[in-house]
Design a protein around this ligand. Structure first.
Ligand SMILES: C[S@@+](CC[C@H](N)C(=O)[O-])C[C@H]1O[C@@H](n2cnc3c(N)ncnc32)[C@H](O)[C@@H]1O
Length: 245
């Protein structure tokens, strides 16, 4: 993998050893601005993109920034709530595309239990690190599981989940400007890991899980995946296509 692992901590921590093993890299101590780097500094693990990508570093903090703001107002997420539907009990949700965990965390804050899949080892390591910063007493964490795998490599049956949530990558020009920069960063990381984007085949895989409601998040004007949509929830810049079977 064409990536530097940088240790700015000053000593070789257990966390560093785990990262070296997981990513099959040996850490060094200085950031080279012409290389992509995953940087461990104190408790933080952030991604520094090489200069030519012209991207600001990716730092995942679940409690601060845009996600922290959304989480503090989770009940205001009316489109996502509507897509999930009214329920008098917490639902078991499979988030097939964890990404930066925004939607997973909102669904957790709405009281559901969430199992999220992320195929990128780099993003998974960063997400794990961000989750470890949360207080152990955070009640939401008891209902959350993050798995580092392509979701299509697990066999699910009709009893596994009540709802499947799928937020695939899509062409950046169709994304709202707020999402565009996050998507560019995720895309660059997937490219570094040589992970191809194949939303159609993931959609088909998820659509074939029996008796489970599938919610697909799309940019408002993007084409839908093949197959008949049962209903849609329209937001300002995104929509949710809902498939029932
Ligand atoms: C658009 S992002 C999801 C953003 C996420 N909903 C959020 O709120 O941050 C899509 C993510 O899903 C991951 N992904 C795409 N296909 C996947 C698959 N088949 N299995 C697991 N992860 C997948 C990508 O690596 C990427 O990180």
């Amino acid at each position: 993998m064409n990536l530097d692992l940088i240790n700015l901590v000053g000593f070789e921590s257990q966390k560093l050893k785990e990262l070296e093993t997981k990513l099959n890299l040996i850490a060094n101590k200085t950031i080279n601005l012409n290389h992509d780097s995953l940087v461990l500094q104190d408790d933080n693990l952030f991604f520094n993109f090489k200069k030519e990508r012209a991207l600001t570093p990716l730092k995942i903090d679940i409690q601060k920034g845009a996600l922290g703001w959304r989480l503090a107002r989770a009940q205001h997420e009316r489109h996502l709530k509507k897509a999930i539907g009214k329920t008098d009990r917490p639902l078991r949700i499979l988030d097939a595309t964890a990404g930066l965990l925004g939607d997973s965390m909102i669904m957790l804050a709405l009281g559901h239990s969430v199992t999220a899949y992320e195929k990128s080892k780099i993003l998974f390591s960063m997400l794990n690190n961000a989750l470890n910063q949360l207080p152990e007493t955070d009640p939401n964490l008891l209902n959350f599981k993050l798995i580092n795998s392509n979701v299509c490599e697990t066999n699910f049956n009709e009893k596994s989940f009540d709802v499947i949530y799928f937020d695939p990558m899509y062409p950046e020009d169709k994304a709202s400007s707020a999402r565009r920069s996050d998507l560019k960063k995720i895309n660059s990381i997937l490219e570094i890991e040589g992970l191809a984007s194949d939303p159609e085949s993931t959609f088909t895989y998820l659509r074939n899980i029996p008796n489970t409601k599938l919610i697909v998040k799309r940019p408002l004007k993007a084409d839908a995946f093949k197959g008949s949509i049962n209903y849609q929830v329209l937001g300002k810049s995104v929509r949710f296509d809902i498939y029932l079977n």
